[in-house]
Ligand binder design. Structure first.
Ligand code: GRF
Length: 236
């Protein structure tokens, strides 16, 4: 979805925690006003998520939607849906949102909700991705951005970034080395969504009506939004 000249593209970001990807995205939108997009609200399912403070520091509206003790999942999701829809979002970005969403919820935002996941999908859906990559002795690890479907971390993958696993890596060091690459992947991928016609229908991604057969790789077929930080030392 492109913005027209008058109306910036409206983004809603869902978080549960730290919000470093959120901060990276907001910084990119500030640094690149030609992208003509704004984060209209940050929604968290955790009232104490540090990312909420980051959003407030930027002057972004924050909304907390936490499940009530006696509430069904569908009632909670209805409240969440209502809050998101009030923003009239063009895109919904899950950036560390630690909740499994139902098929009904996901269907509401089919083709316009993406998630960043710290593995080279389809490897390691779910949690503990860094440790699982180490346990499998993978030489390469990375992060993916995918369209959200009813299958957990299972939607079509739009973009990826990879880095070599070092012999001395722990799950912690691997996560630390990957995080700045995740930020760049998110920024570049959102820039792509904002400047090109990216569509996802029936599990197939197309860009300007050309089918994408495999995930775009940051630094190769996906341009880094900030090319002065060219990828170094990460296997590219
Ligand atoms: C990131 O590693 C992201 O890939 C995963 O959750 C983490 C969120 O980190 N989905 P942050 O809250 O953006 O700092």
């Amino acid at each position: 979805m492109r913005a027209d000249n008058n109306h910036p593209t409206r983004l809603v970001v869902l978080i549960s925690g730290r919000g470093s990807n959120l901060a990276a995205l907001q910084q990119a939108l500030t640094d690149h006003p030609h992208l003509n997009a704004e984060i209209t609200a940050v929604v968290s399912d955790q009232s104490t998520a540090p990312g909420l403070d980051k959003a407030r520091d930027w002057g972004i509206s924050t909304l907390v939607v936490t499940p009530k003790a006696d509430e069904t999942k569908s009632a909670f999701e209805l409240r969440l849906l209502h809050q998101i829809n009030k923003q009239r979002p063009d895109w919904i970005i899950l950036a560390g949102f630690m909740r499994i969403l139902s098929a009904d919820f996901v269907a509401e935002f089919a083709g316009r909700m993406i998630n960043i996941h710290p593995s080279l999908l389809p490897k390691y859906r779910g949690l503990n991705t860094h440790q699982r990559a180490l346990d499998a002795q993978d030489p390469i690890h990375g992060a993916s951005i995918h369209f959200v479907t009813a299958t957990l971390d299972g939607g079509p993958v739009l973009s990826q970034v990879s880095l070599p696993v070092l012999q001395q890596d722990s799950a912690k060091t691997l996560a630390e080395r990957l995080l700045p690459l995740e930020h760049r992947l998110l920024k570049a991928t959102v820039a792509l969504l904002l400047t090109e016609q990216v569509q996802c229908h029936d599990d197939a991604i197309s860009i300007n009506q050309t089918r994408v057969s495999k995930p775009l790789q940051l630094g190769h077929d996906l341009d880094d939004l900030d090319p002065q930080h060219a990828l170094t030392g990460n296997g590219h």
